[in-house]
Design a protein around this ligand. Structure first.
Ligand SMILES: [Zn+2]
Length: 311
């Protein structure tokens, strides 16, 4: 089984004419139902992330700012990021899902979890919304694993086509949470060069694979596996988290690294192999980008299928 997190509130984060829109999740949920995967998962109830959980990653003043902005009706909080009246609630429910999934997977209720949430999180910075993201759910969840479940070593794998700059920033000097990202380069948000490897206690705990558009898929997979295996050997994670963006698909309107749907099954299997080697197979995946709703739905389908049937 796999824990599957869905909730209608995520579709109430209303963004207007914007690539990150509620129909993304509607397409995924319809597809998972159609192919019979949703029925094979356990669907837990969970709570909003608490201020204490959010404040391990975000400035409390920033959290309050988002709450007030939404309560006042919302608007465009930065160039790319839109807030509506229910966006604050959706964002803290998203972070809460990731934390709840960590709690249950660490507690051996299940070996894996997939959180189908909006808004995405990996660009969100300690004091700033950025790139469609309000709160950095994967970072909040990694901190939960360390602070609430006494893990010493967690690995975040980010295969969204954009570099997870917010997540990298939060764990740059951490030394308990490692971060690996493969992403298109040069591309938004501009960070993620291969020489960005962490600092202080976190030196060597950050690994980046910047990939040029046009790179053959065989090379993409080989670099993903080689770098992930190397960082996992260093971190020896007790838990693996995935920032699962699907905007590297070749038909994605804002991303694209020429991946096909089936490539996301391969990426999932590579992460699962690392998780089995170091972390007892424990994986929590959290949705990030992916802006062609049909291809996104199909990609999430093969991702979840691999989580359910680890080879
Ligand atoms: Zn992205």
């Amino acid at each position: 089984m796999t824990l599957l997190y869905t909730n209608p509130l995520f579709q109430q984060h209303v963004t207007g004419a914007h690539p990150e829109h509620p129909r993304r999740l509607a397409a995924i949920e319809a597809h998972l139902k159609e192919i019979g995967l949703a029925d094979r998962c356990t669907q837990p109830q969970w709570q909003f992330a608490t201020l204490e959980q959010l404040a391990r990653i975000h400035d409390p003043g920033y959290v309050e700012q988002i709450q007030k902005y939404a309560a006042a009706g919302g608007g465009r909080i930065e160039a790319d990021t839109v807030i509506s009246e229910r966006s604050y609630d959706a964002a803290i429910l998203a972070a809460g899902a990731a934390c709840d999934a960590v709690r249950r997977v660490v507690g051996s209720e299940d070996q894996s979890a997939l959180c189908l949430v909006r808004p995405p999180g990996h660009h969100a910075r300690p004091h700033d919304a950025m790139g469609f993201c309000l709160f950095n759910s994967i970072a909040v969840a990694a901190r939960c694993a360390v602070a609430e479940h006494q893990l010493d070593r967690v690995l975040i794998v980010d295969w969204d086509v954009h570099h997870g700059n917010g997540t990298q920033e939060m764990f740059w000097e951490d030394g308990r949470v490692g971060f690996f990202s493969i992403h298109r380069w040069p591309f938004y948000p501009g960070t993620g060069d291969s020489n960005e490897t962490g600092g202080g206690r976190g030196l060597g705990w950050i690994a980046n694979e910047p990939v040029k558009y046009g790179t053959p898929l065989t090379e993409f997979h080989a670099r993903f596996e080689r770098s992930l295996v190397a960082l996992a050997a260093k971190v020896r994670p007790q838990l693996v988290l995935i920032s699962a963006g699907f905007d590297a698909h070749r038909q994605d309107p804002i991303g694209s690294l020429d991946l096909e749907v089936v490539d996301f099954a391969r990426l999932t299997q590579i992460v699962l192999a690392a998780a089995r080697e170091h972390a007892g197979g424990r994986v929590v995946s959290v949705l990030e980008g992916g802006y062609n709703p049909q291809r996104l739905a199909e990609s999430v389908g093969v991702h979840l299928n691999a989580l359910l049937k680890p080879s």
